[in-house]
Design a protein around this ligand. Structure first.
Ligand SMILES: [Fe+2]
Length: 432
């Protein structure tokens, strides 16, 4: 009997505890007949997270150099990556999904010490009854990486593909149904009716494509799954579809061929990360859901379930503040973590917005409302919730001012204008 059947009542209770977007998820009841003749009813519940960018505590003292790197960064709350990861993994253990899938950029920049420390945490999650499946991202392999101690930085050991396979042996590779000889891609059985196809698009020479051999291997796996009457969930760090104004380096070089394969084998969903925004995109019959980084506001993970022929994804925030309170921590940032994390993202946006406007000679009294609006729009874009943008007044004057400003944000905001009003934190489809 698959694990989820044994624990369906507990799972439903656990999921409903944390969800607002789950209202549309159908109730348990008897499983519907599957759309694949001869197979068992297809159903699963998985959690997915990406871009943890975990930095081992041994590699930083959160001193001057560390903060210099943070200030030049993109608003990730790396200073609390250990706490966020612990809170998330504790949440995963409580929810007891069929699997936890991590789609790459597991480490800050590929440090061996970060990989080893994270693998230790994941071992505890598996011991708590949650099978973990991982993939590398472009920041996990073949990197030049450093420690951040005091005011000095030292190069530290990174890892190669073979070492990744060893460190994460228990999290996909040892239990794989098939391993690709040309990459760290693999397939694994999620439960009796679902297979995972985990695609690795990182090589020392190309961090955003699959080789011809890996594509051919992927088709063999899709065919094998079809012949076995199994559904397939496909995961990769890089994106299948173009989500933003940035295509090169984000969308897989082989995206067109891969999408054609997924359509041919009736695979509806592709899970990715890499972009650092929360975004959902559909082309033809395939949807690519890019989850935002676990360690960047709003510190979200994805919950995906297939039940009664309905596939549902929603984003949920890691309850860091609850975790901190439960563990008796006194750090005020942790106890008010949602505000702290969004504040870190906002600070980064504000510095850039004000800098661009000052350079163009905007008067101070115009800069403040424009910077406030930039923060609000950027927050919405990164967290995937653009349903309410403070400052988006009825005639759109702040947006128009930005678009006419000649600043870098002019083209950026023009490129995301059509996203305003959208919610990328929820997605649902009925399987054909
Ligand atoms: Fe990343």
């Amino acid at each position: 009997m698959p694990k989820w059947k044994k624990t369906a009542a507990a799972l439903l209770a656990a999921f409903s505890l944390f969800g607002s977007g789950c209202a549309a998820i159908p109730d348990s009841g008897e499983a519907a007949a599957t759309d694949r003749p001869g197979s068992t009813p297809a159903q699963y519940r998985v959690l997915t997270a990406t871009d943890l960018h975990y930095l081992a505590p041994s590699l930083t003292d959160h001193g001057a150099l560390f903060w210099q790197v943070m200030e030049a960064g993109d608003g990730k709350v790396t200073e609390y990556c250990d706490e966020i990861t612990s809170a998330f993994l504790e949440e995963a253990a409580a929810l007891q999904p069929d699997a936890l899938i991590l789609t790459g950029d597991l480490t800050f920049n590929g440090e061996e010490a970060s990989h080893l420390a994270l693998a230790e945490k994941l071992a505890a999650t598996e011991a708590a009854g949650v099978p973990v499946f991982v993939l590398p991202g472009n920041h996990d392999l073949y990197r030049k990486c450093y420690s951040f101690l005091g005011e000095s930085s030292e190069q530290v050991a990174s890892i190669l593909a073979d070492e990744f396979r060893q460190i994460y042996a228990a999290f996909g590779y040892d239990e794989a149904l098939a391993l690709d000889a040309d990459s760290l891609s693999y397939t694994a059985q999620l439960n009796e009716s679902i297979r995972l196809l985990m695609l690795d698009a990182n090589t020392p020479h190309d961090f955003c494509s699959l080789s011809g051999k890996t594509l051919a291997w992927a088709e063999e796996q899709l065919l094998a799954a079809e012949e076995a009457g199994q559904h397939v969930l496909v995961c990769c760090h890089q994106n299948l579809l173009k989500h933003s104004m940035f295509g090169t380096g984000y969308v897989l070089g082989c995206a067109e061929q891969l999408r054609a394969l997924l359509e041919k084998y009736h695979v509806p969903l592709f899970l990715s990360g890499h972009l650092h925004i929360k975004h959902i995109c559909t082309e033809g019959t395939v949807t690519d859901i890019a989850t935002s980084p676990l360690t960047m506001a709003a510190c979200q993970y994805g919950r995906l379930q297939l039940e009664d022929g309905v596939l549902t994804y929603d984003a949920e925030k890691v309850p860091v503040a609850d975790w901190a309170a439960r563990n008796g921590l006194k750090d005020e940032n942790l106890l008010d973590f949602e505000n702290y994390a969004i504040g870190r993202l906002e600070t980064r946006t504000r510095v850039q917005a004000e800098g661009q406007l000052q350079k163009l000679g905007f008067p101070e009294e115009e800069i403040l409302p424009l910077a406030d609006f930039a923060c609000a729009l950027n927050n919405g874009y990164f967290t995937g919730d653009l349903t309410l943008i403070p400052g988006l007044d009825s005639n759109g004057s702040l947006l128009r001012q930005w678009k006419e400003s000649g600043a870098f944000f002019a083209s950026y905001f023009a490129s995301i204008e059509n996203e305003i009003g959208m919610d990328h934190t929820f997605w649902q489809m009925e399987l054909p």
